[in-house]
Design a protein around this ligand. Structure first.
Ligand code: HQG
Length: 346
């Protein structure tokens, strides 16, 4: 049966002319014609074809729906259009080759030479088997997803072989064994999971803002306009009214904590450490005016102002982006990015 399947590979992938067969532009051969033309060269029956299609270890061949046509799913050296499905590849794919090819691959990358595509597999062991066909096997890892960001396309054949036009050396990981490859995949998956969790929190933040928008807007309004104008004036006028900022900052931060997308108990639940320090310094000391402050008025009150400005900025950004955004964006406007920093989810 292997011999017959190899013969089928020859006529359906490389040299249909050996038996005077013609494939259509999509690589299909007419089954009746194939059987007829095989008689002289290599006895083939419908039952044998069916068995090969069903049992071939790599599902190399496929019938059309009514079994009047057959073709190879990949591996062609002749020019056929398989209408392959373009598909987003996993982060890493594998390529098996022989040791003797490595120097040249390091220089030129993976090239398709005779075939229509460079062939890649999604697992390490398959690549070992492919490599063994050429000599002492070596497995290379291809940064497939990274290549798609640069516009290169990947296709998947009906029998799940990944195909691409070429791979430059800089997108190949050389000198890895199976454990190392697995470790890289695990690390990538861990990173991916973390990123997903983080992005999910962007959505939670936006939802929390929207759910609390009236309250946030009301607060922002109360620290804008004439009130705002007056409080800044009080600082320069050395008036104790500037001490009012402390309570206002606390009110704002209460709201900012209310929309925190992190869960209580998570190690990122506290706000950004810089912000927490600015907030502490601007609210925890010298809260009440004392005569002795007069001589050091700016030293005492500047932390109030600093904390107020930071808190007000985040409140303003929350209101702005709560109104503007319909969903958490992947390219980040600065004010939204600052909010993500505040909640440690950037
Ligand atoms: C190598 C089988 C030097 C490449 C398998 C490979 C697969 C370079 C050989 C399918 C090179 C080509 C395809 C460079 C690539 N310098 N050597 N720059 N770039 N090569 O047989 O991938 O069983 O055409 O590493 O399972 O081995 O037939 O390709 O060693 O899926 O269904 O050039 O064939 O499927 O060899 O195998 P091939 P391949 P079937």
């Amino acid at each position: 049966m292997t011999k017959k399947s190899k013969f089928l590979s020859l006529v359906l992938r490389h040299k249909p002319e050996t038996i005077g067969l013609e494939l259509d532009e999509n690589g299909w051969a007419n089954v009746d014609e194939l059987l007829q033309k095989c008689v002289a060269n290599n006895s083939m029956t419908m039952a044998i074809l069916e068995e090969i299609v069903a049992t071939n270890n790599k599902k190399r061949f496929a019938f059309n729906d009514d079994k009047t046509k057959i073709r190879a799913s990949q591996g062609h050296s002749i020019d056929v259009d398989l209408n392959l499905e373009e598909k987003e590849p996993p982060f890493y794919l594998f390529h098996g080759t022989a040791e003797k090819n490595i120097e040249s691959i390091k220089e030129k990358g993976l090239i398709k030479s005779g075939r229509q595509y460079v062939h890649l597999s999604s697992d390490y062991d398959t690549a070992v088997k492919v490599g063994q066909r050429h000599g002492n096997p070596v497995v290379l890892m291809v940064r497939a997803k990274t290549r798609t960001y640069r516009g290169f396309k990947f296709f998947i054949s009906d029998n799940n072989v990944w195909l691409t036009d070429h791979v430059e050396p800089e997108d190949i990981v050389f000198d890895i064994d199976k454990e190392e490859a697995q470790r890289m995949i695990d690390n990538h998956n861990k990173f991916q999971k973390k990123m997903h969790e983080r992005y999910a929190k962007h959505d939670v933040l936006l939802k929390n803002i929207k759910d609390n928008l009236p309250e946030l807007e009301k607060e922002l309004e109360s620290v804008s306009g004439l009130w705002y104008e007056d409080r800044m004036y009080r600082f320069y006028h050395h008036s104790f009214k500037v001490y009012d900022l402390v309570g206002t900052t606390e009110d704002i931060v209460k709201l900012l904590r209310k929309i925190n997308p992190n869960e209580k108990g998570e190690n990122v639940y506290r706000l950004d450490p810089y912000f927490e320090r600015i907030y502490m310094e601007g609210t925890c000391q010298n809260r009440k005016f004392e005569i002795s402050h007069n001589s050091i008025f700016d030293t005492v009150t500047r932390p109030f102002i600093e904390a107020f400005f930071h808190a007000r900025y985040f409140l303003e950004m929350a209101v702005k982006y709560g109104k503007e955004l319909d969903e958490a964006p992947s390219s980040l406007p600065s004010g939204w990015a600052a909010l993500l920093e505040l909640y440690n989810i950037r």
